[in-house]
Design a protein around this ligand. Structure first.
Ligand SMILES: Cc1ncc(COP(=O)(O)O)c(C=O)c1O
Length: 425
């Protein structure tokens, strides 16, 4: 993120904290960086689960990104952002009837099938609608990506159909009425920092495609090899070597493309594209010393950014944090940076050295564009969703209003207890 701190300070001054700040130029350049490391016949699908803000998706769409969605709301956001049905895939282990029907009605490029029963459901809805639905079969392979802290494949998960079962039953998938099988989908892991690991994972999936095509003498038209390209959050982590990535992936995809020129190759990515393009700005509300430690209490913690608070991690490590209200030459002190929750775990900076903090200072939690509020318990303590601000081409845009109390309260329904005598003192 290359935005200067004075622009961030004036944006949060205008729109309030906690707020997510996005650098539009960085977002575009990350997308191009990935796209340029791949042959032009490989399509990059941006995963909305990582950050579904319509303006960010629209900016990526303007650069040519396709979209991967996991709920009807993500589907509608993708359409609003300018995505067209032929550039949308829809996956996820729990798709409701109305979600499948909407995807079928739109005729999206592929509904990614996560189980044989789901295939039956899609077939029956397509039959009722008198159409043929495009699908891809998600396979949970017998292989798992090295170097991925979270593995979706190669182990028991609720994703996809097991490799052996899929290979054995593919004939029946192809024969399912009102179904057109575009190809296969595999998503194995996330936050992978070694190019070699992405290469090995991709090679495995392309081989699987080859194997199933040969076995069934079927002309598929799509292979989705997932992705999982990562971002280095912590000390001693190195960024993905994009030059090496290109050197490995281009020949791999080229030889596959030579053999299967009509097959659309899809890579999915979220974190790599948006992770470094966002930061969370929080304001210091209190400074206190407690049992020998100095605490800076801020207005955004786990509730806005559970990843930075280390939720789901055994070893909690700090995202990079900067006190942008302080000059870089000011003295440093050791802090515990907390959020606003009444939970001892609500710490986004543990034993972290920062330029001396004063009340009302703004702290910036960097590398926060991916899996921020969208995967955080934003309603805990009823604080609500933070503001989102895009800085792009020397302008600042509020791209999501911070939730107000009434936004939250108005969703609750107050019962009129006519027959209950209320005890009042
Ligand atoms: C199927 C699928 N696609 C895409 C993504 C986005 O992954 P990443 O943020 O690693 O690019 C995920 C993340 O879990 C996923 O499960």
């Amino acid at each position: 993120m290359k935005i200067n701190t004075s622009d961030i300070l004036s944006a949060v001054n205008q729109y309030g904290t906690p707020a997510y700040i996005y650098d539009g130029e960085q977002l575009v350049s990350n997308y191009k960086n990935l796209k340029n490391a791949l042959p032009n016949f490989v399509d990059v699908f941006y995963a909305l689960k990582v950050n579904p803000n319509v303006s960010l998706v629209k900016l990526l769409r303007s650069q040519g990104a396709c979209t991967e969605v996991c709920s009807i709301t993500e589907l509608e956001i993708a359409l609003k952002a300018g995505s067209t049905p032929e550039d949308i895939i829809y996956l996820g282990p729990c798709k409701k009837d109305y979600e499948l029907k909407r995807a079928i009605e739109l005729g999206i490029y592929a509904i990614v099938i996560e189980s044989e029963t789901e295939l039956e459901r899609v077939s029956s809805f397509a039959n009722n609608a008198g159409v043929t639905a495009n699908v891809a079969i998600r396979i949970n392979p017998d292989f798992s990506a090295e170097g991925s802290p979270w593995k979706m494949g190669g182990r028991p998960t609720h994703f996809g159909i097991e490799e052996k079962q899929a290979i054995q039953n593919f004939g029946s998938y192809l024969a399912t009425p009102n179904i057109h099988v575009q190809g296969i989908h595999v998503y194995n892991g996330t936050n992978i920092l070694e190019a070699q690991s992405v290469f090995e994972n991709t090679s495995y999936i392309l081989n699987l495609y080859d194997q199933i095509s040969q076995k069934y003498h079927y002309h598929f038209t799509m292979v989705d090899v997932g992705g999982g390209m990562g971002v280095p959050y912590f000390q001693n982590q190195e960024p993905l070597d994009i030059t090496m990535f290109k050197e490995l992936m281009v020949p791999l995809f080229t030889s596959f493309h030579d053999k299967y020129p009509d097959t659309r190759i899809i890579m999915e990515s979220g974190r790599f594209i948006i992770g470094t393009a966002g930061a969370m700005a929080v304001q210091v509300n209190n400074l206190k010393s407690n049992h020998g430690k100095l605490f800076a209490v801020t207005d955004g913690g786990t509730n806005c950014h559970s990843a930075a608070a280390g939720s789901g991690r055994v070893v909690k490590r700090n995202f990079p944090i900067q006190n942008i209200s302080a000059g870089s030459d000011t003295a440093k002190k050791m802090y515990q940076v907390s959020g606003p929750l009444c939970s001892p775990d609500d710490i986004i900076g543990r034993n972290i050295e920062l330029n001396e903090i004063h009340l009302d200072d703004i702290l910036l939690v960097k590398l926060s564009g991916a899996y921020g509020p969208t995967s955080s318990p934003v309603l805990f303590h009823s604080h609500g969703y933070p503001a989102e601000i895009l800085l792009y081409q020397d302008e600042s845009f509020l791209i999501r209003e911070k939730d107000t109390s009434m936004d939250i309260i108005n969703k609750q329904i107050e019962v009129d207890f006519k027959h209950t005598k209320l005890i009042t003192n």
